[in-house]
Write a protein that binds this ligand. Sequence first.
Ligand SMILES: C[S@@+](CC[C@H](N)C(=O)[O-])C[C@H]1O[C@@H](n2cnc3c(N)ncnc32)[C@H](O)[C@@H]1O
Length: 233
Amino acid sequence: MEIFQGKFESLETALREQKFINPSDAFSTERWKTRQQLFLDMSREGISPRHSSLVRFLEENEQIEIVLDIGGGSGWIFHLLRARIQRPLTYINLEIKEICDEFSKEFKETHLVQFVDSWEPIFRLEKISLVYSNSTLQYISDEIFFENFKKIHHPQYLVLDDFIATSSQSYWTLQNYYGNFIPYCFRNLNEFNQKLLAQGYSVVSAEDYPQTLASGFDYGSERMPQTMVYKLL
Ligand SMILES: C[S@@+](CC[C@H](N)C(=O)[O-])C[C@H]1O[C@@H](n2cnc3c(N)ncnc32)[C@H](O)[C@@H]1O
């Protein structure tokens, strides 16, 4: 069966399809939690379950002290950070409530990890130097993302792994998730970059991401980069 079905101009039209489920329902299933538990166990052993450019980025940018991860799953990346980065890094994981409830207890022993299930506490923090997200913005609309991103206190960098872009017009499709469908966005890269530029961020680098669900899918006329690094001007 195809991974993606349909092409819709907006999230609203995608949602009119029958059988869709909200990302929060899809990602609160036992199946997803089990997978994220496995990722956590692997990273504790020093094995990276998925490609992430975050460790290398933090090694190269020693001034960064606080990272916000949008949709960081079980928080598995923290074990890899702790193993490789010598300075004390605070890792804040913005996740859906069910994932926060399940995995925050795994980090009881350290004050360096915080799980949050809404954006509000993030706006009060003054020192988030880096906003990171791996394979999550495709489930979040531009309206929600930009509305909240602009309220975060001047992060210096935005780093996006497995960022799903297209050179054609932005559109939504439905991702087949074990027989149910989750709305999934392919964004026009230039438009997204322009919206970030309006908030003061310009592109530093754009590279391929090796492990995307969307590989081989319709990228429009050209292959799109999927690891994007943006810097506050
Ligand atoms: C494909 S997973 C990626 C997880 C992790 N970044 C990784 O690479 O393993 C997408 C994650 O985004 C989370 N998510 C979906 N919608 C979200 C939202 N509106 N706010 C925060 N997290 C969300 C899901 O719970 C899920 O864990």
